[in-house]
Design a protein around this ligand. Structure first.
Ligand SMILES: Cc1cc2nc3c(=O)[nH]c(=O)nc-3n(C[C@H](O)[C@H](O)[C@H](O)COP(=O)(O)OP(=O)(O)OC[C@H]3O[C@@H](n4cnc5c(N)ncnc54)[C@H](O)[C@@H]3O)c2cc1C
Ligand SMILES: NC(=O)c1ccc[n+]([C@@H]2O[C@H](COP(=O)([O-])OP(=O)(O)OC[C@H]3O[C@@H](n4cnc5c(N)ncnc54)[C@H](OP(=O)(O)O)[C@@H]3O)[C@@H](O)[C@H]2O)c1
Length: 242
């Protein structure tokens, strides 16, 4: 199996905060669709330890980018955070995942809803032309604990997307407080985006904390929205990070 791994080299490891980092690597070029993930790995105490990471870069970019959070007790993420330029990283040859536009039915407004590093796959999607061709409105929603975790702001703000942020554990001017599902239920999310969140016009892609996915899907169900399946088209597409 290990013979199939691609070897990449770190170009840059940017630290946004004590806990958040973005790795840029070159040398491996797996084929993928924006929104997909791939397993990346390091050899730790003689064992190859692999975890799924979503691509942040566009599919045609030869430099791969991954956005991570340090889970202090986790086997891999603290080590990824310590990587430096020229260090090696293994990349699996087989990206996967269904959080991709080719699985999303047409809609007027696409809502890209994330917590924490769940923003990652949407950054790749924001870099594709198909997004802007297919949807009249795109809304990026990013919920974090603290304001300094609102990463990639510049990139998002340079796109035509509407951008709504949540900061849950301190007061932050310009961001909503609380959590996404409550703001779906009480209409604050729509008000902040300036767009209706309705089954007739919207598709919602959700990524990040699994409990947020459940709670948000329940709030959306109250608006008549249901999970999308190939055989039973719906309004919600999800990807859980753990
Ligand atoms: C499809 C998929 C795509 C993923 N993409 C990304 C990504 O782009 N960036 C990223 O940082 N992680 C991503 N993850 C999570 C990633 O695979 C690892 O779990 C994470 O990097 C922690 O690895 P670890 O070995 O340190 O700890 P693990 O043993 O893997 O995780 C320990 C615990 O940490 C928590 N946790 C794991 N990941 C996160 C996270 N991202 N944010 C907050 N808490 C978390 C959970 O409670 C988990 O049980 C993805 C997971 C899946 C399934
Ligand atoms: N972020 C940090 O400061 C920090 C520091 C050290 C380590 N870590 C590690 O990273 C992990 C957490 O990472 P994270 O902060 O990126 O992710 P997170 O815990 O998923 O929090 C990100 C955002 O999602 C919200 N959220 C959590 N559960 C939700 C739910 N059921 N419905 C809707 N929203 C929900 C949080 O709100 P709430 O604030 O209301 O929960 C927060 O605004 C921890 O497990 C820890 O291992 C993080």
């Amino acid at each position: 199996m290990s013979g199939k791994w691609l070897t990449a080299r770190v170009i840059e490891n940017r630290h946004w905060t004590d806990n958040l980092f973005s790795l840029r690597v070159e040398g491996a070029r797996p084929t993928f669709q924006a929104g997909q993930f791939v397993r990346i790995a390091l050899d730790i105490d003689g064992e190859r330890v692999a975890r799924a990471f979503s691509f942040v870069n566009a599919p045609d970019d030869p430099v791969l980018e991954f956005y991570g959070v340090i889970v202090p007790q986790g086997p891999l993420s603290p080590r990824l955070a310590k990587l430096q330029a020229n260090d090696a990283l293994y990349v699996a040859p087989n990206p996967a995942g269904f959080l991709v536009l080719s699985e999303v039915p047409d809609a007027e407004t696409l809502w890209l809803v994330s917590t924490g590093t769940g923003l990652a796959p949407f950054l790749s999607i924001l870099r594709t032309e198909a997004l802007w061709r297919r949807f009249r409105n795109v809304v990026v929603i990013h919920a974090v604990r603290y304001a300094n975790e609102l990463t990639y702001r510049d990139l998002i703000q340079k796109t035509p997307a509407r951008y709504v942020t949540f900061v849950s554990r301190e007061s932050a001017p310009g961001s909503l407080s609380g959590r996404i599902p409550a703001a779906i239920a009480d209409g604050r999310l729509e008000a902040a985006a300036g767009l209706p969140l309705r089954a007739e016009t919207s598709h919602v892609m959700l990524c990040g904390n699994p409990q947020m996915l459940k709670d948000a899907a329940a709030a959306l169900a109250n608006r008549g929205m249901r999970k999308h399946r190939r055989r039973a088209p719906g309004h919600i597409t999800v990807e859980s990070f753990w």
